[in-house]
Design a protein around this ligand. Structure first.
Ligand SMILES: Cc1ncc(COP(=O)(O)O)c(C=O)c1O
Length: 290
């Protein structure tokens, strides 16, 4: 999008100018973080893995008992329409569904009209050179949501604990931070899933480590499996990362980014590993394949 002033936002049932895209200050998305969202990549004007994002969105809605006013098919069409209206060739979609405006209380029966917001824009999460050199991360003391409190599988508008962990990273001079789960195992980073390579085996924490089941994570598992790499979803602790040969993160915004240092300790050689580089390259090809 060259001119921001002409940006169109999808709001509920139509495209409106950015300035007209407003929701109530009584919206429970704002008041309580009551809602869900998705971050989706656009590659070569196509919505990447749209069905996976739609599935996760509607499952999240079910989990928090939010009735999305559009059908999955209507939502898919709305995303495509927003991308086209903003001439996005390579970019990012932020899809948000809030509980809607209500009274000043938690009761969802006193809310009405969940709000659907779709923003299509460009994105660049990390500096380009970090994809070549690898990035440094630290372990945050803030843990990921306890699954019995709020399932990390729901991509909810409640990101406060991840934000607190991210602040710890920022304070330590890193752009991402590793979050443990309530059992002291590795969960994921504040906005990315984590993988390690040890003796040629690709490993990532399983769903029950309390993670968001990332769509990029799923794609990387598929691509690695196709490439004949042994992939295992298994519980890990920080020791496994300190002693790994390679490490990388995945996310819709981050794509595949190497990690070369955790808590000031070099991982492997301290440079992006061969399997990481291979998977990153394969991922970059795959996203643009028809
Ligand atoms: C906490 C968290 N974990 C992992 C991911 C990566 O998920 P995906 O690959 O679906 O973007 C995200 C990004 O949305 C996230 O916020």
């Amino acid at each position: 999008m060259s001119e921001k002033t002409s940006q169109k936002i999808f709001l509920n049932d139509r495209l409106v100018d950015k300035d007209q895209a407003v929701v109530s200050v009584y919206d429970h998305g704002l008041l309580y973080g009551d809602g869900i969202f998705e971050g989706i990549r656009i590659y070569s004007s196509r919505v990447f893995r749209n069905q996976d994002h739609i599935d996760r969105l509607y499952e999240g809605a079910l989990a928090i008992r939010l009735e999305i006013p559009l059908s999955p098919e209507e939502m898919t069409a709305a995303v495509e329409k927003t991308v086209a209206a903003n001439n996005i060739v390579d970019g990012y979609v932020r899809l948000i569904v809030t509980r809607g405006a209500g009274s000043l209380g938690l009761d969802i029966r006193r809310t009405s009209n969940p709000q659907v917001i779709i923003i299509a824009d460009t994105i660049s999460l990390y500096p380009e050179e970090l994809y070549e050199t690898g990035m440094k991360i630290i372990t945050a003391s803030t843990i990921r949501n306890h699954p019995s409190a709020l399932s990390p599988r729901v991509k909810s508008l409640n990101y406060l604990n991840n934000i607190l962990a991210k602040i710890e990273g920022t304070d330590a001079g890193t752009l991402e931070a590793l979050m443990m789960n309530h059992k002291g195992e590795v969960a994921e980073c504040t906005g990315d899933n984590i993988f390690i390579v040890k003796n040629g085996v690709l490993k990532t924490p399983p769903r029950d480590a309390g993670i968001l089941e990332g769509i990029t994570r799923k794609v990387v598992i598929e691509l690695a499996t196709e490439a004949g790499i042994d992939v295992r979803e298994e519980a890990m602790v920080r020791h496994d990362i300190y002693t790994a040969d390679e490490c990388f993160l995945t996310g819709s915004a981050a794509e595949v980014i190497p990690v070369v240092d955790l808590d000031g300790r070099k991982i492997g050689t301290g440079t992006p590993g061969e399997i990481t580089k291979k998977l990153r390259k394969r991922f970059q090809e795959y996203v643009r394949e028809a």
